[in-house]
Design a protein. Structure first.
Length: 91
């Protein structure tokens, strides 16, 4: 419930061409050098204001290990998120 609500709010209040994440997700991914910048708080139903961070949908090629099949030489933030989740599920 709570995770889905926050994810929905991140999507609905995001900016086109960027990936918006909560502070909790940012803390897990900040070592991947994906270009996250603080955006500021966003109101989340049932949680109040949640600090958010945004990164461009694609980052420089040396920003991580996941390559986007749609953009040679670029790293897709979504691919890095997917690898992180897959690794957590396998642990």
């Amino acid at each position: 419930g709570d995770t889905v609500n926050v994810a929905s709010r991140m999507e609905s209040t995001g900016v086109p061409g960027t990936t918006q994440v909560s502070a909790a997700v940012y803390e897990l991914l900040k070592g991947h050098d994906l270009g996250f910048r603080p955006r500021g708080p966003v109101e989340c139903k049932g949680k109040g204001k949640v600090q958010t961070y945004m990164a461009p949908v694609t980052a420089p090629a040396d920003a991580g290990t996941a390559r986007s099949p749609h953009a040679p030489g670029e790293c897709n933030v979504v691919n890095v998120l997917a690898q992180f989740v897959e690794g957590a599920l396998q642990a």
